[in-house]
Write a protein that binds this ligand. Structure first.
Ligand SMILES: [Zn+2]
Ligand SMILES: [Zn+2]
Length: 318
């Protein structure tokens, strides 16, 4: 099971819940000291001082959700910055000159905009902290996703990752936790897309005179792109060409791409199979037969391959 609420102050809070959350948060913060002798008073006070805002845990932002997406907003404690007075800039003396530099509160607002532009689905509010692996393969997937996000350098984009596994093994959770870290902690441009939604969005765009390339542009530009549920759909004609084009663009621009799929990685098919046959290919459990060898070859070069065994149970049914 995924444990909820570990990131207490950064968790999902609606405006109406803020006050109750603050009380819960205060209680959680102080709970290690409840029942301790009075001699712990100094430590108690130090702990209390360390976290100034019980709503956001001093993160400066709170994550809410609307009908579709997770939405970050500035915490009330940041509404008027004590450092810059709300102007967003600080004036400093340097070598006899007065220079202006950006206050950290401006960077925070920009990172909130990056998070909101990533379009993380409302159901995916997970973080690395509240992902509980149930097997060594899930542990490796978590470690790889965290290392990719936390070690990301814009100047030297890192290799992405692809996680394969059955439903309910936390693949989307890890994709979204990586995007959350990249936008809010690292200030990186990022975007999430579920492949079948992308196809229907592009088809909708046709009726407004939009080309496939115009529709793909917002997915080519971000530093990091997460594509979920790859291999779904009929994987023929328009869908196959669109997916090939997107992967080719990401590959050519050397941008980090992270992916998740229910299909198996690798291409060790059972003896006697003929997946060149379109009907057999539709029934294949392997991703390569769904997306074709060209995209698979690029993905295996761009990404660390992680496979959660097919027999792993769906956490929603446990
Ligand atoms: Zn706050
Ligand atoms: Zn400021």
């Amino acid at each position: 099971m995924f444990r909820a609420g570990k990131d207490r102050c950064r968790g999902l809070l609606s405006s109406a819940e803020d006050e109750r959350a603050a009380r819960r948060s205060e209680k959680t913060l102080l709970s290690p000291f409840i029942g301790r002798p009075a001699s712990d008073g100094r430590q108690w006070n130090a702990m209390k001082r360390r976290i100034q805002c019980s709503l956001c845990g001093d993160a400066g932002y709170i994550i809410d959700k609307n009908n579709e997406f997770c939405v970050a907003r500035l915490c009330a404690c940041q509404k008027r910055c004590a450092v810059c007075g709300g102007s967003g800039y600080i004036y400093e003396k340097q070598g006899g000159y007065e220079v202006v530099r950006e206050c950290s509160c401006t960077a925070r607002s920009r990172r909130i905009r990056l998070f909101n532009a990533a379009r993380i689905p409302a159901r995916c509010d997970g973080t690395f902290d509240n992902f509980t692996p149930r097997s060594k393969e899930m542990e490796l997937a978590k470690m790889t996703a965290a290392a990719t996000a936390q070690g990301y350098q814009k100047e030297h984009p890192s290799r992405g990752f692809i996680i394969s596994g059955p439903v309910g093994t936390g693949k989307t959770h890890l994709l979204c936790a990586a995007l959350r870290w990249l936008t809010l902690e690292a200030g990186v441009t990022a975007r999430y897309v579920e492949i079948s939604f992308l196809y229907s969005e592009i088809k909708d765009g046709f009726s407004h005179g939009q080309s496939v390339l115009e529709a793909l542009q917002p997915l080519i530009e971000p530093d990091v792109l997460a594509i979920d549920e790859i291999g779904r759909g009929n994987c023929k004609g328009f869908e196959l060409e669109t997916f090939d084009e997107l992967i080719a663009r990401r590959y050519n621009t050397r941008k980090t791409t992270i992916l998740a799929t229910n299909f198996r990685l690798g291409d060790k098919r059972p003896a006697g199979s003929n997946y060149h046959d379109p009907i057999e290919a539709q029934a294949s459990p392997y991703l390569v037969d769904r997306i074709g060898p060209r995209s698979w070859s690029r993905i295996s070069e761009m990404c660390h391959c992680l496979e959660i065994p097919p027999e792993t149970e769906d956490y929603r049914r446990l």
